[in-house]
Design a protein around this ligand. Structure first.
Ligand code: GDP
Length: 202
């Protein structure tokens, strides 16, 4: 399950404007700074592909990347900018939730969680919303190469990963699949691609 071809297709501001060729897709979503662009680049083994979605004006869009001409990786806007004005946050909510609820070719949402820090309220709220709306979700823990630090709660990534799963357990009938990753060591990269291949073949 390797990526031999990756191309940016389009940025959309509404679910209706997304590509209509019916190819299956996986959406990457997470708090700003969680390591989403780094992960995207590591998945496609390119340094700069995800730059497209970091361009001014594109960060608030649904960005479609076609992989191997047969499926899409979708970069969604990061959430939880501390400085974002309230109405912008509301917009973000409305627009991504509409995408999750109405995008029929969406196979699974890949929710990125920073494993180097304790669970954040906004991440828990996000995961619980997906669970309550029965949107298929995979947990992608990022920055698993980082050592524990006192100022980050003093726990190892493995411990934060366990804590997070414990905290969201009640929102899911079955525990969501989860993968530990690092864009520094490429840990989890092949596992993600394999998992996506398996989900596509269901
Ligand atoms: P985004 O805002 O979610 O797209 O996050 P970026 O990919 O831009 O990463 C945010 C910051 O975290 C950058 O300083 C990255 O170098 C760092 N970072 C991202 N992934 C990892 C990782 O796996 N390990 C470590 N140690 N740092 C990471």
């Amino acid at each position: 399950a390797q990526v031999s071809q990756a191309e940016f297709v389009k940025s959309s501001t509404r679910t209706e404007d997304c590509p209509s060729d019916g190819l299956p897709e996986f959406a990457l979503v997470g708090r700003s700074n969680v390591g989403k662009s780094s992960l995207l680049n590591s998945l496609v083994r390119r340094k700069r592909l995800a730059l497209t979605s970091k361009k001014p004006g594109k960060t608030q869009c649904i960005n479609h990347f076609r992989i191997n001409d047969s499926w899409y990786l979708v970069d969604l806007p990061g959430f939880g900018y501390a400085s974002a004005p309230q109405d912008l946050r509301k917009d973000w909510d409305k627009f991504t939730k509409d995408y999750f609820l109405n995008r029929s070719t969406l196979v699974s949402v890949f929710l990125l969680i920073d494993a180097s820090i304790p669970a954040k309220k906004i991440d828990l709220e996000y995961a619980s919303w997906l669970g309550q709306n029965q949107i298929p979700m995979t947990l992608i823990f990022t920055k698993c190469d980082k050592r524990k630090k006192k100022k980050n709660g003093g726990k190892r990534p493995e411990e934060n990963v366990q804590d997070f799963q414990e905290l969201i357990r009640d929102f899911f009938q079955a525990a969501p699949p989860w993968i530990m990753t690092s864009s520094v060591t490429n840990q989890g990269r092949d596992e993600i691609l394999l998992h996506m291949a398996q989900l596509r073949n269901y």
